[in-house]
Ligand binder design. Sequence first.
Ligand SMILES: Nc1ncnc2c1ncn2[C@@H]1O[C@H](COP(=O)(O)OP(=O)(O)OP(=O)(O)O)[C@@H](O)[C@H]1O
Ligand SMILES: [Mg+2]
Length: 260
Amino acid sequence: MSDHAIQIRNLTKSFLNKGTKDEVLKNINVDIERGETIAVIGQSGCGKSTLLNVIGGFETPDNGSVLFEGEKVSSPSRRSVMLFQNYGLLPWRSVQKNVELGLEDTNLSSAERKEKALHYLQMVGLEDKWDRFPHQLSGGMQQRVAIARALAIEPELLLMDEPFGALDTFNRYYLQDELLKIQKESNTTIILVTHDIDEAIYLADRVFIMSTNSGDIQREVVINAYKPRDRSGRDFQYFRKLILEEFQLSSATPSLEYNI
Ligand SMILES: Nc1ncnc2c1ncn2[C@@H]1O[C@H](COP(=O)(O)OP(=O)(O)OP(=O)(O)O)[C@@H](O)[C@H]1O
Ligand SMILES: [Mg+2]
């Protein structure tokens, strides 16, 4: 059996906007191995979320295909989970019930569902907020509930669209480390869209840089450094410079993060 969790072949996707056809993804061809972590970066509007949506079966390609474990993706699968950019929390459900959402169609008893939900809520530091509703939480807390909900499903494929964007630095670093641990324990395949170059370098085995106008992957950078990585180490600086150069930002004033 192939080691590829995902195979993308000649993928093209366009949207009709006011009668004009916007070709957002054009002829994308990539293979992603089982257990790999891929970060997708690129400027706003270049098609990162669209790519993730097609991989997750939430959007249909115009041409080409996505195979997940050898099978053509045509609708969302129970074996993969999408963490949407807008969190997708249900406002009428409590925090705990939101986290339990993806567990309701499983064989788990209600006590087991509750236990799992509380475990992942504890991981994201929100166990004491289990009975609150989304509107009673800050934006970063809502994002952490969405992360807990995605992780609770323990999927084979985790698709994450800017999962840590609303978090403060400490929570972000902490949850990045938790994600590394989960990935290592369960060999989850992860595709993560991020605007944060440091996050991409810290987490990914490969970084896909999407081009702004042509709808394809402009460059793939292999991050061949051992994990966990030293954010202030020389390897890290090297990859940061390489990626910044790709965005022609290498003369930018150095700072902790580069948001693109
Ligand atoms: N459902 C849709 N209908 C029409 N156009 C769409 C739709 N979804 C996305 N687009 C267009 O496709 C392009 C890519 O959008 P996408 O959401 O994939 O960008 P992105 O790279 O994720 O951006 P950001 O970093 O801002 O989240 C944009 O021009 C957007 O307007
Ligand atoms: Mg997006």
